[in-house]
Design a protein around this ligand. Structure first.
Ligand SMILES: [Zn+2]
Length: 336
């Protein structure tokens, strides 16, 4: 059975997750007319320009389309071959059916389900975080493997948000706070701080501002945020009034030297918060499942075969081994 079903899903050397007969997810593939972008992180947008030129359709959720419109450029939104598909809406592709399902990761993130005429359910999780991602039952499951090592467990996950909030609160007593993170997570941080009644304004670069606007359009509650180019933001920073500056992680070396600095990263397993310099901390907020979350997804999905994603950063080989050992399910890392 497993040999037969395994022909229906694979991951190429270039990172394309192939599902059924026509679909390539998260990278371009020469022989697949349909490209799915599961979410707007760069390691899932491999070969996007090639896909735009050569694919019949690029399929993604409306939120992912709008995020790409900001991250790439607005002409992206007007391309004829971009097709927005809502969660739960089914698209029939000859003898296969495609549905996107919500994944708790960043705004717009989707899991992909392909069902064929033989009734095989082929699922690709994309990136996700448990426990708030709905588990899809699968015959073949293609699984992300970012934290696929059995040592990558965040036992302290329930208290991470509190650790972030209290660190920001104490920092604001002494001046501005500067937070570094990736797109999507920065907006999650704004939402966490806002819902915890931290009312100092957020000041962000123009790109982060535009991404935040999209998140707000789709219902996230971020509180008051200003572009650093606005006069009001300039006055706040010149007077050194309490505020929270948020930057993409790539700017970490260049800005915010005088502030309390917080880097937010999932690559932390010792505790919710770690001090790395006199004025700098790391908060272990992740938008991925830890090892236990990945295993729990597999257990509940009940697949006959698991393929772990060995193209993107992570521990796909170790994860496949543990899935077979602990759950008795055939599992392999791809590409080899
Ligand atoms: Zn991601």
């Amino acid at each position: 059975m497993a040999d037969f079903v395994s022909l229906k899903a694979s991951i190429t050397q270039k990172g394309a997750v192939l599902l059924g007969k026509r679909i390539a997810c998260d990278a371009f593939d020469d022989f697949r007319p349909l490209r799915i972008v599961t979410h707007a992180h760069s390691d899932h947008m491999v070969g996007l320009q090639q896909s735009i030129r050569r694919c019949q359709f690029l399929i993604m959720t409306p939120a992912t389309r709008d995020l790409l419109g900001v991250m790439r450029n607005s002409s992206f939104l007007r391309l004829d071959n971009i097709k927005a598909l809502n969660y739960g809406e089914t698209l029939t592709l000859l003898d296969e059916q495609l549905t996107l399902h919500r994944a708790d990761h960043i705004l717009g993130a989707a899991q992909v389900l392909v069902e064929d005429l033989e009734g095989t359910r082929i699922v690709y999780t994309g990136d996700f975080r448990m426990p708030n991602t709905p588990v899809l039952e699968a015959d073949i499951l293609v699984l992300e493997a970012t934290y696929g090592s059995l040592f990558q467990i965040r036992w302290f996950q329930p208290v991470v948000e509190d650790a972030l909030v209290s660190l920001v609160e104490s920092g604001l007593n002494n001046g501005p706070v500067c937070i570094f993170g990736y797109n999507g997570k920065l907006q999650e941080i704004m939402q966490i701080l806002h819902t915890n009644q931290i009312d100092a304004p957020f000041i962000v670069p123009e790109k982060v501002f535009q991404i935040s606007k999209v998140c707000e359009c789709y219902g996230m509650q971020l509180g008051k945020f200003l572009s650093e180019d606005e006069d009001e933001a300039k006055e706040i920073t010149e007077r050194n009034e309490p505020h929270i500056a948020l930057y993409h992680m790539n700017s970490r070396r260049y800005v915010g030297k005088e502030a309390l600095r917080i880097s937010v990263s999932g690559w932390e397993f010792s505790g919710p918060r770690r001090q790395i310099a006199p004025n700098e901390h790391v908060i272990a907020l992740s938008d991925h499942s830890d090892f236990n979350g990945l295993l729990r997804y597999v257990e509940e999905s009940k697949p006959k075969l698991v393929i772990t994603d060995n193209y993107r950063a992570g521990n796909a080989t170790a994860l496949a081994k543990e899935i077979t050992k602990r759950l008795g399910i055939e599992a392999k890392a791809m590409p080899q």
